[in-house]
Design a protein. Structure first.
Length: 320
């Protein structure tokens, strides 16, 4: 797969891996603008030594693809938080890396530079350099999938703040407790969040959030897929659910835009594939921000399929 030139710090090749709880997707970027997917192997999520061995074996099998293999950096996109100051990772579905300065330990074991960032940050960097945010100075990437996440890039580089949580607009007790829909005042309780707080956008904003709202409104247990399909078909109950969802989630996203000054908000995650939903969210957010613009602001990400690898490759050149 080829594309235009990514934002880079050098022209050296980069090994890159998109590491999820189930699989490692491994690739090489031999030069800026090119990603060559190579393998997908199971993630040894609970065994650190096996995890290191898996990456070592992947590199060994494909070392012939690059010159100066020993100095070629390895860049990781990880499902979890990576503290930019300490390098310590927290990944609920990859327990073997939780609590470890994963890049530093891998660098020592593999004998090469290693850099790491979470998957939302990597998608953000991919969108800023080679996606919907290309040409924009400030890019805020919103992840709307099972839950809510995000990342921020300025001038083609990640903003990696304290604790590695920059762009996490899904957390903090910021969700309204009442909304007005067609003259009806609807109360939504502050729901407990997995982060330990209550009232986070994450509790109502993603696919599970749509299901929670629907359950509160209609006392039923429908999947987000069914609710969205029914909404698109004009079902009244589903329309009410989506109307409430929109009112609850547009406010915190508009706040993120006002705070960052982003001129584009690429959306990743499963719900980004529902273009009508993203169009609706775009209109609602643009009505709420101070910088009133007439062109689309909240738009589907272009690098959904390979954002982890693309962003990791860019990060590897900038920091590796």
């Amino acid at each position: 797969m080829t594309g235009n030139v990514f934002t880079t710090g050098n022209d050296k090749p980069v090994f890159c891996a998109d590491i999820g709880g189930s699989f490692i997707k491994f690739a090489v970027s031999p030069k800026p603008g090119v990603i060559e997917p190579l393998e997908r192997v199971p993630t040894p999520a609970s065994d650190w030594d096996a995890f290191v061995a898996a990456l070592s074996d992947l590199i060994a099998r494909h070392a012939h693809l690059v010159k100066d293999n020993d100095s070629t950096p390895l860049a990781l996109s990880i499902t979890g938080i990576v503290d930019p100051k300490t390098g310590v990772s927290i990944a609920a579905n990859i327990p073997c890396i939780t609590g470890r300065p994963v890049a530093a330990e891998l660098s020592a074991r593999l004998g090469r530079p290693v850099v790491a960032a979470n998957d939302a940050d990597c998608l953000t960097l991919a969108e800023a350099s080679e996606g919907a945010g290309k040409g924009h100075d400030v890019v805020f990437c919103a992840i709307i999938g099972t839950g809510i996440g995000g990342g921020l890039a300025i001038g083609g580089k990640l903003v990696r703040g304290a604790g590695g949580v920059t762009g996490e607009w899904g957390h903090g007790p910021i969700v309204n407790t009442t909304v007005e829909i067609a003259g009806e005042t609807i109360h939504i309780p502050r729901l407990a969040c997995g982060c330990g707080q209550s009232g986070c956008a994450d509790t109502v904003g993603g696919a599970r959030g749509i299901e929670r709202i629907d359950g509160l409104l209609h006392e039923r247990a429908e999947t987000s897929h069914t609710i969205i399909e029914d909404w698109q078909a004009g079902d009244a109950l589903a329309e009410k659910t989506i109307a409430v969802w929109l009112e609850l989630i547009a406010d915190p996203l508009a706040l993120a835009v006002n705070t960052t000054g982003a001129s584009v908000v690429p959306v990743g995650g499963g719900l980004a594939s529902v273009s009508a939903l993203i169009d609706l969210l775009d209109g609602a957010v643009r009505k709420r921000i101070l910088n009133r613009i007439s062109h689309p602001l909240v738009i589907p990400a272009l690098r959904q399929a390979d954002g982890g690898l693309v962003g990791a490759a860019v990060l590897g050149r900038q920091e590796g």
